[in-house]
Design a protein around this ligand. Structure first.
Ligand SMILES: Cc1cc2nc3c(=O)[nH]c(=O)nc-3n(C[C@H](O)[C@H](O)[C@H](O)COP(=O)(O)OP(=O)(O)OC[C@H]3O[C@@H](n4cnc5c(N)ncnc54)[C@H](O)[C@@H]3O)c2cc1C
Length: 416
């Protein structure tokens, strides 16, 4: 594998599977007091795992994160942590049953970014993003997000609540700010959490940041430095958005996948799943492996350098592991547009079929139909596979999280 040199990603967030597993192991002793301490927002975030970038891009799997604390604690002791881990899967499944919400978000965002009438709103949002808004603690969070690519969950809730209900800025611009900078930026968790804070997910229920709540969960030394404007969070009054009718629909653009066949086949690794050696792809016999970065998305959503560095490093790790597992050298093309890179690689290796993990709803999935058409024109099949455990959980996210949890908890706790 060609080893490319990238700027080193932000410290503290594992970008290799080995480090992520070590980080998970180091977190196990803390998992027992997670329920009591997880809401505290303290420097270094010692009470939460900070594993989200690794889980989001599947350097490690949710099932591994759920199983690890169960080796030390009773399931009831670590239930809160296990539930949080499965919130991500719930959100992904929920969105995959209602993909129209992702498209609607993109359309609304594009309108806000282009519309001349939204110029004032864009200017105010830009100030808040730059950490130059009227509430000092929110400026602190904006800077932390840009500098580290991470924010504690409680800080995300406060920031989003302040943005929507106090600054009265459109939630879509805030979601875009988060998705751009968060190393764990996830189309489902992010879009749906912003919608939840805005009161769109659970009709009539908004999330309001309250001064008392910040004072309870932030250490006094942070509040002392960033106290200016805190009074603005004294008696927040919710913005009420018109309710929406959201129906469950089957994914319209789900491309039908051909079956693996006896032909020259290549495996394509992308940033939606970086653990292919333990996936349905592991059963295939590839002639070649290629890992690509989704540079079209990096450009479209203006990913900053720390985020692209993390993605490059994680893709490099995934390609290296896959190469060792299959006993062939994996090629790495992190900076070329996907379609061109796949076509060149397929031609070099005379591939007739390319197999990959199916992306979840999000910007990569949005490109699949066109990619499939282009590959078909060159005589190449695109085979998209799903993890059976994902398929099993997908139809269960029809209503709220706790209904979903009720249906899955027995098998999760049993490590099935
Ligand atoms: C407005 C807003 C936007 C968000 N955007 C994202 C996003 O783009 N990507 C993202 O991964 N999470 C997002 N979250 C959810 C949550 O804040 C992060 O997953 C969590 O803070 C990650 O930190 P951690 O790994 O230390 O979490 P821990 O507390 O250690 O939790 C362990 C794991 O459980 C999952 N998890 C925890 N809380 C949540 C949650 N509320 N929703 C979904 N999964 C959760 C994550 O995979 C996390 O790594 C958002 C939350 C809000 C309120």
């Amino acid at each position: 594998m060609k080893n490319e040199l990238f700027p080193r990603p932000t410290p503290g967030f594992s970008f290799t599977r080995k480090d992520a597993l070590e980080q998970l192991n180091a977190f196990i002793p803390l998992a027992g007091r997670y329920a009591g301490k997880r809401n505290q927002v303290v420097p270094g975030h010692p009470h939460v795992s900070r594993l989200s970038p690794a889980i989001r891009h599947r350097l490690i799997l949710e099932s591994e994160c759920a199983a690890a604390p169960l080796r030390r604690y009773a399931a009831s002791t670590v239930e809160k942590f296990t539930q949080e881990v499965y919130w991500r899967r719930y959100w992904k499944n929920w969105l995959s049953l209602r993909p129209q919400l992702w498209t609607a978000y993109l359309d609304q965002l594009a309108a806000l970014q282009k519309n001349p009438q939204s110029e004032g709103v864009r200017a105010r949002a830009a100030l808040c993003e730059a950490g130059e808004g009227p509430v000092a603690i929110m400026n602190h969070f904006a800077r932390e997000l840009m500098e580290t690519g991470y924010l504690h969950n409680h800080a995300r809730m406060w920031f989003a609540g302040w943005w929507i209900h106090i600054e009265r800025l459109p939630w879509q611009l805030g979601a875009d700010f988060f998705l751009r900078h968060l190393l764990d930026g996830d189309p489902a968790s992010n879009t749906l959490s912003w919608r939840w804070v805005a009161g769109l997910q659970t009709p009539g229920k908004t999330y309001l940041p309250r001064r008392r709540n910040l004072e309870k969960y932030l250490p006094p030394e942070i509040l002392e430095i960033h106290h200016a404007g805190l009074y603005l969070l004294e008696n927040p009054y919710p913005l009420i958005l018109p309710p929406e009718q959201v129906s469950v629909i089957t994914r319209p653009s789900l491309p039908s996948s051909p079956s693996p066949k006896e032909c020259r086949l290549g495996i394509w690794i992308h940033e939606e799943d970086l653990f292919i050696e333990q996936s349905p792809l592991a059963a295939l016999r590839p002639s070649a492996i290629l890992a690509t970065g989704d540079t079209a998305t990096w450009t479209r959503f203006r990913y900053p350098e720390p985020k692209t560095s993390w993605l490059r490093a994680a893709l490099t790790d995934a390609a290296g592991r896959a190469g060792s597992a299959f006993g062939i050298e994996a090629r790495l093309h992190v900076d070329s547009p996907i379609t061109g890179a796949l076509l060149r690689w397929a031609s070099d290796h005379q591939l007739q079929q390319i197999a990959a993990m199916r992306p979840e709803i999000g910007p990569l999935d949005d490109q699949i139909e066109e990619l499939q058409t282009t590959l078909t024109k060159s005589g190449i099949d695109l085979l998209l596979l799903d993890r059976p455990e994902d398929l099993a959980l997908r139809p269960l996210a029809t209503a709220g999280f706790f209904g979903f949890w009720e249906k899955i908890q027995k098998s999760i706790k049993a490590g099935v």
